[in-house]
Structures are given as C-alpha cells and as structure tokens.
Design a protein around this ligand. Structure first.
Ligand SMILES: Cc1cc2nc3c(=O)[nH]c(=O)nc-3n(C[C@H](O)[C@H](O)[C@H](O)COP(=O)(O)O)c2cc1C
Length: 273
C-alpha cells in the first residue's frame, strides 16, 4: 500500500508535513526527505492535512479528482461580521412552500457537507433523502400512530403530555412531526460505530448551515428521532442497509416566510482560567 508520495523536486524539506500529521506517521530520511515508513502506512487516516498544508504542492493528492490549490481558487473575503450574520440569521424552518428541492441541488449541498470533520477522518455518515413528499407524510403518520400506542400504554412515559399535544395537533390537520416539509434528510451509519452519532450531528449541522446559501430552510427532526429509536414500523419504512441505524433526521425545503429579525439568546457563559 502506498498511501502518500512526496515529490523530491517540489519538496523544500521544510518539515511542515511532519509537524502537521495528526497521527505523527511522517518521518524524514537522512537527507531530510519526508516519507511514511511501510509499517505506518496502514495508520494513515487519509485526512489530507499534509497535502493541505504543503506550501509547494509536493505531496501526491490522496484523491486525484479533488485536489485543488487554494491559490488558484477564487476565495471571497468573508468577514467575521458577515459570517456571524449568516449564521445568526439561520432559523429552524417549520413552514414550507410545496415546491420541491431538486435532487441536483440536494447533491450540491451534500457535496459540501461531506467535508465536515469526523473522528479519525472516518466519514461514517450515509444519507437517506426522503424526497417523495407523500413518503414524508407517511413518516409523520407512522410516528403519530406509534405515539398513540405509547400514550395509551405507557402512562409513566415523561414524553406522554408532549405526545398528547402532538397527536391533537395532527388530528387538527397539522404535521407536528415533519412540519409539512417536502423532504427529510436522514443521517445513518453503522449502529456499532461509537463515533457515528457525533459525526452525524456535525454533518447535519453543516447541512442546516449550508441550506440557506441555497435558499433552503431546515429543521431538526427531534420527534422523528425519538420515534425511530423504538418504532419498528418506522424503521421498516426507512429500510436502511443491514447493521445501520438512524443517527438523526432533518426536515428541509423552501421556506414559506422570510426572516426579518434575529431573536435574542442567552449571553455566552464563559469561565476563564
Ligand atoms: C436536537 C434538536 C432537535 C429538535 N427537534 C425539533 C423537532 O422535532 N421539531 C421542531 O419543530 N423543532 C425541533 N428543533 C428545533 C429547536 O426547537 C430550535 O432549534 C430552537 O427552538 C431554536 O430556534 P432556532 O433553531 O430557530 O434558532 C430541534 C432542534 C435540535 C437542536
């Protein structure tokens, strides 16, 4: 296995790759040329940090099709104020237009989201996009049916009053689970991967943040997630690959209403030492 090669022509022996490698597997030979000892190659997480931080492009791209040199890219300057405004303007969207988001747009969003960090660069997240709005409505129906069962049989369940409210809203013609969204994104991964949940939450956070740049709004599907942990009908409906479990869900679509204001939040609680 040859995970990485170093170009002796371009390499200036600066040693940044040795310093930057998170797993410390890059050594230097007697003329200071970096290399990865054979026995260490299997350890490489393929994070590409050596490639990213090499100032002279001397490290072979791990993924040929994706290597891009920042100096050639057009990167607009984003001030902290602009980014802060963009992030603070994000809202949970619970009212959607009926207009669907086309699959190419969703793929473009996920093409950005796949760069989200993951533990040891494991990239465990898979996506199930419930694109068919009738199937999204079915997820709500199954969840509400499951809640009716819980409310009827589990009187000690702490979620019972909330579930009763959700059922009442549903019976009044509302969709309190998927919020009438045209689509649902479900992050799923191998159930026995202990890091997959955190990685999925990070990926979904990226999804929610990237959405407004595409004119799209999203909302975390907390009730859907609660139901899917124990509702077999919902698990069967999703039909995930063998061994996979839902990590979390998010509704999304084109927002029906504009955002005009940014509501307040608690002040940061910081301890300095
Ligand atoms: C983990 C998580 C689960 C959530 N589940 C739901 C949900 O099931 N339904 C819903 O309408 N909103 C849900 N929300 C949205 C929160 O209510 C919302 O983030 C919060 O009220 C703050 O509003 P904002 O997102 O517009 O800033 C969830 C948010 C998070 C982070």
């Amino acid at each position: 296995m040859n995970v990485m090669s170093f170009d002796p022509e371009n390499c200036t022996r600066c040693g940044i790759c040795v310093e930057i490698c998170p797993l410390g597997i890059i050594s230097r030979d007697d003329v200071n040329m970096p290399y990865i000892p054979d026995k260490m190659e299997y350890v490489c997480a393929k994070c590409g940090n050596c490639e990213a931080f090499c100032p002279t492009d001397a490290i072979s791209p791990l993924f040929d099709t994706e290597h891009s040199v920042l100096a050639d890219a057009v990167l607009p300057d984003i001030t902290p104020e602009q980014l802060g405004l963009y992030m603070r303007e994000r809202r949970s969207i619970r009212n959607y237009k009926a207009e669907p988001v086309d699959k190419a747009t969703i793929e473009s969003m996920l093409d950005i989201v796949r760069y989200a960090p993951s533990g040891v660069n494991n990239q465990p997240v898979h996506w199930l996009i419930v694109h068919d709005t009738a199937k999204v409505q079915k997820l709500t129906r199954i969840t509400i049916d499951w809640m009716r069962g819980v409310v009827g049989s589990d009187t000690a369940n702490p979620m019972r009053p909330v579930m009763q409210g959700l059922i009442a809203a549903y019976d009044n013609g509302k969709d309190p689970i998927c919020r009438g969204a045209p689509h649902v994104a479900i992050a799923h991964a191998l159930a026995d991967n202990p890091m997959a949940y955190t990685d999925s939450i990070i990926a979904l956070s990226w999804f929610e943040l990237v959405a407004p740049a595409f004119g799209i709004g999203a909302c975390w599907g907390g009730f859907l997630k609660i139901a899917v942990t124990s509702c077999k009908a919902l698990i069967d409906e999703l039909g995930l690959p063998e061994g996979h479990a839902v990590q979390y869900a998010m509704m999304f679509g084109y927002p029906k209403h504009e955002v005009y204001n940014i509501p307040g939040r608690n002040a940061s609680r910081i301890t300095w030492k």
